[in-house]
Design a protein around this ligand. Structure first.
Ligand SMILES: Nc1ncnc2c1ncn2[C@@H]1O[C@H](COP(=O)(O)OP(=O)(O)O)[C@@H](O)[C@H]1O
Ligand SMILES: [Mg+2]
Length: 234
């Protein structure tokens, strides 16, 4: 683990996203520390985005922590993640620690869930945290989801980390509004049917302290880069 090698622009410390083309849109990277929401429908690339963000940190010697929420067997997650060239499976459990919250979300009170997360963060001391998907907690959590999100983001901001939380949206919904209030940044992932083909886009809706590019940018998802913002529209 090492300290953040960051560029300073507009007085903020920044951390690179790892997504080729995205950092140029946001003055060099995400503010550090911050909470960034990545929202989109099924299959728009949220998990791909999150993995690229963690792999970028691991490549730079930064510690990562991946919270999963679905109680999927770890082997599944690793098998899918390993399909990407930029993912080194040996880093999982080491440079990229992971911890599943599924059982606690279903069985415990929100306060216990927050404590479990905070204990893990204190143990691992990550610079990059991912919660994927965060939005499942809305329907599974015992207790009030909004106050949980408020407490969660407040606590995350006390740690020296940039956290990417993913939010699954239903068709027609842009982003989970209950998650948006507390986020320092909102990145939308979109998929449109155009001329018989499904085209994918990324849009930076909000990035605090950042003069960011606006509007939808075409993206590609592939094995080598994970996600890449295509330059044709720059
Ligand atoms: N290794 C890969 N090579 C090419 N495309 C991939 C690969 N992995 C995933 N994809 C594409 O990316 C899409 C989005 O995957 P994912 O990031 O899991 O979406 P989400 O988490 O938003 O549901 C997949 O449905 C698939 O089309
Ligand atoms: Mg996913």
């Amino acid at each position: 683990m090492k300290s953040i090698a960051s560029s300073k622009s507009s007085g903020l410390v920044r951390i690179t996203s790892g997504i080729p083309g995205l950092d140029e849109m946001i003055e060099g990277g995400f503010p550090f520390p911050s909470v960034i929401m990545v929202a989109g429908g099924a299959g728009t690339g949220k998990t791909t985005f999150a993995l690229r963000f963690l792999a970028e940190g691991a490549a730079k010697g930064e510690q990562g922590l991946l919270f999963t929420t679905l109680s999927e067997p770890t082997q599944w997650m690793l098998r899918y993640a390993s399909q990407f060239d930029f993912v080194d499976p040996d880093q999982f459990g080491d440079a990229i620690a992971y911890h599943d919250l599924g059982t606690t979300i279903r069985e415990a009170e929100p306060a216990e869930l927050l404590n479990e997360m905070e204990e893990k963060i204190a143990e691992i001391m990550p610079q990059r945290i991912v919660i994927d998907p965060l939005s499942v907690m809305g329907s599974m959590l015992k207790g009030d989801y909004r106050s949980f999100l408020f407490d969660l983001t407040n606590r995350l901001k006390n740690w020296n980390a940039t956290t990417v939380v993913t939010g699954e949206v239903s068709p027609g919904e842009l982003y989970p509004s209950e998650m948006s209030y507390a986020a320092d940044g909102i990145v939308l992932l979109l998929m449109n049917e155009e001329e018989g083909a499904r085209r994918k886009y990324l849009e930076v809706l909000k990035m605090r302290g950042t003069c960011h590019m606006t509007g939808k940018q075409s993206i590609d998802i592939n094995r080598r880069d994970g996600m890449v913002v295509l330059k044709s529209r720059f």
